[in-house]
Design a protein around this ligand. Structure first.
Ligand code: PEP
Length: 251
């Protein structure tokens, strides 16, 4: 089954990238992807909202997909400072990250909020990448699997299919810290996620499960080879074209 899930390597630039640097980084990634000519994996970059349209325009035809880092649940209205899924789609995005732990923490997003955002992504024709993951306190209390189950049940909307959902397992304590779970720990978490998804949707075996948290060129091959890992969500290392391309190559 694993081979029918095309690996997805997604870069989350977070709040990084002014126009000149962002365009240059996107071009370097697109050049590398074009040169590699991969048809067996997908490469996605999620720049800040200010750059989605310019990068989507520049990346068209290169094989690089572009996504947003968040969206509002509503299509439009009096929500100052927010970006809707429809706006991202209109700007050329194909995906949107929802429920990143930084938004859960910084913005108090709940599973219910994230579920509404994933539904908004569908409404606009985007694929949501739903992020879940335990904190260090939860891991040390032996609650990892229970937390993942609660987050999945609360944030994955009813009716998800293999084509309309990507899940990213991102242990909060591994994000931006240089620390990662061991390969067996990643495999155990992903197997658990797939089991829980199996109780929620018919096509759980086809849903791509990304690992995220301090993935870099040097550890990508090992992490991506863990059971049930179908790609990576990459933060810091996605800001360096060579490093990001090395991760895509490892897939
Ligand atoms: C992330 O922010 O989604 C992430 C995985 O960050 P990093 O790769 O820097 O740990």
């Amino acid at each position: 089954m694993a081979r029918t899930r095309r690996p997805l390597i997604a870069g989350n630039w977070k709040m990084n990238g002014l126009k000149a640097d962002g365009m240059a980084l996107a071009k370097a990634v697109a050049d590398g992807v074009k040169q590699a000519g991969w048809t067996d994996r997908e490469v996605l970059i999620c720049p800040p909202a200010t750059l989605v349209m310019a990068i989507a325009d520049a990346a068209r035809g290169t094989g690089v997909l572009v996504g947003g880092q968040d969206c509002h649940a509503k299509a439009s209205g009096a929500h100052t400072g927010e970006t809707s899924a429809e706006m991202l789609r209109d700007a050329g995005a194909s995906h949107v990250i929802v429920g990143h732990s930084e938004r859960r923490t910084d913005c108090g997003e709940t599973d219910a909020t994230i579920r509404a955002k994933a539904e908004a992504a569908w409404r606009a024709g985007l694929t949501p990448i739903v992020c879940i993951g335990e904190t260090l306190v939860e891991r040390e209390a032996g609650r990892t699997m229970a937390v993942l189950e609660t987050q999945l049940k609360g944030s994955v909307p009813t009716g998800a299919t293999a084509a309309t959902l990507v899940v990213a397992y991102e242990p909060v304590w591994a994000i931006g810290t240089g620390k990662t779970p061991t390969t067996p720990e990643v495999a155990a978490a992903h197997a658990h996620i797939r089991r829980v998804l199996g109780g929620l949707l018919a096509e759980a075996n086809g849903v791509r499960l990304l690992y995220g948290g301090s993935v870099k060129g040097a550890n990508a091959a090992e992490l991506l080879a863990a059971g049930d890992v179908d790609g990576a969500l990459v933060g810091g290392a996605s800001l360096k074209a060579d490093e990001f391309l090395a991760i895509a190559k490892a897939a």
